[in-house]
Design a binder for this molecule. Sequence first.
Ligand code: SAM
Length: 399
Amino acid sequence: MKCPGSITCTLKLNRIPSSKQRSRAAYPSCLYKMASSPDKAETSESFMNRMAECFNSGFVMIGVAIGSSTGLFETMAAIDEPKTSQEIADIAGLKERYVREWLAVMVTSKIVDMDFDKQTYLIPKHRAEVLTKFKGPENLSLAATTIPALCAVYDDIIECFKRSGPRGVPYSKYSAFMDYMGQLSAEKYQEKLPHFVKTNKEIHSLLESGITVVDIGCGHGMFVCTMAREFPNSQFYGVDFCDEYLQVARKEASKRALTNVTFEAHDVVKLPADWSSKFDYVTAIDTIHDQAYPDVVLKEVYKLVKPGGYFSMIDVNASSNIRENMDHPMGPCYYATSLMHCMSVSLYFENGMGLGAMWGKEKAKEMVEKVGFRCVQLEPQPDDLENYHALFEKPDSAK
Ligand SMILES: C[S@@+](CC[C@H](N)C(=O)[O-])C[C@H]1O[C@@H](n2cnc3c(N)ncnc32)[C@H](O)[C@@H]1O
């Protein structure tokens, strides 16, 4: 099986999508903006100003996260007339004193407007829309909740830095962050097929004709369920080692009355022996870089795929070389997310590799090819600015 016009892999390294492109990324596309850079002739004073801006922005985002978690942005977005803090607190069913202090953060951040004489507050529509659920995956306030969610392991990470400290942090410490990832996955995949499935004619027609597919590290299973609904002739499996996520996945499958999907609990380092060459197509979305033993997992994936079959890997659209990431619009955000989660969950396991979220496409391609796959295509995704999609083929001759 061949992908049209793609004998050699097209590795597009420098195409980091602009913030204007429509996104369903883990972090909203509106965040795809570079932090301000140093002046040409930076002084202590200009550096101090830049840091002061960053410092304040950190606290603004804590306030924004609180507005998301308490539902206060939704409450305020539904209000047409300016209201007092007591009125807002009553509508939201929250304590007035806390609401008033939060409003003060929002007012001084120039997010909420205040009539100082009447002591009333109103959020302008254009701001409310950026910060509320009404904008779906573009909802910036939901993204802001990742900061407190990741800071739940702040002390653990500090301990890990110490030579005598632990290797890493277990998944069990990340329930808030994983809830956030679940919500985003639902927003990305619950309703629509991703671009990489819609646009690849060969994969699309195989799925229509009826093939066997497994998604490894399927999480809440939204992608698998949508694929199963769209391609009723194909059989789908979702694998994850977290039972909690699989329960959500099974519930979703039964809600949609899907009969062509099975969710199974496995550690993807060792999958059932009778799964060798069982699958025409294997997918791994935002999963490989978190692995403790990605090399072992990739060998396992290779075993699963039938000769001539395909493997799609969706991972963070960055370079393996930090120099190339200097203009990445969200470089600090992804390296910090990696430090606080992706690298550290991998290092937690004995001899865990700790690739990190920014392992980059060059290293990813090298590691996947090392197990025997051939890279057919590697491209950024217009509907998912965070990620690239890489399609690999297992040679027909591999028996
Ligand atoms: C970042 S989440 C991505 C979930 C899903 N693919 C999505 O895009 O919504 C990574 C998932 O991989 C799972 N995972 C990580 N390592 C695994 C392993 N060794 N075996 C099975 N599942 C694993 C985690 O439990 C988690 O659900």
